[in-house]
Ligand binder design. Sequence first.
Ligand code: FES
Length: 141
Amino acid sequence: MERRDFLNNVGQVAAIVCAGRLLASCSKSEDNPDPGGGGGGNARLTANLTSELAAVGSSKVNGNVIVVRTATGNVASSFVALSLVCTHEQCTVNYDPADNDFKCPCHGSQYEITGAVKQGPAPSALTKYTISINNNILTVT
Ligand code: FES
């Protein structure tokens, strides 16, 4: 290989690498797996416990994810984080604070606050997510 051919090859490789980095930097914000707007790279939902979720029964929703305070104290066990997607035919369930459960408007399934099936036809529990709390920031992953 002559010197000129070698330099041409190096230049082409460098151009491909640069183009790849340019395209990566142009990715849309929807590509960001952090729909909660902070609190972790792959958080499904975040809440600042100094101003949110103060009362037992209060809740916060982000997309198809809900977190509900089930007890006092800013520890993970005082909350439950669930998917709002019904396991029957994927309708969105509604949290009912009065009954402390979830109800599906499509075919009547009901879920306990833990996500367990209370009444069918739902075949299985709502998907449960992990909760962590650090410096009063609750993060659902
Ligand atoms: S989709 Fe929820 S009960 Fe059918």
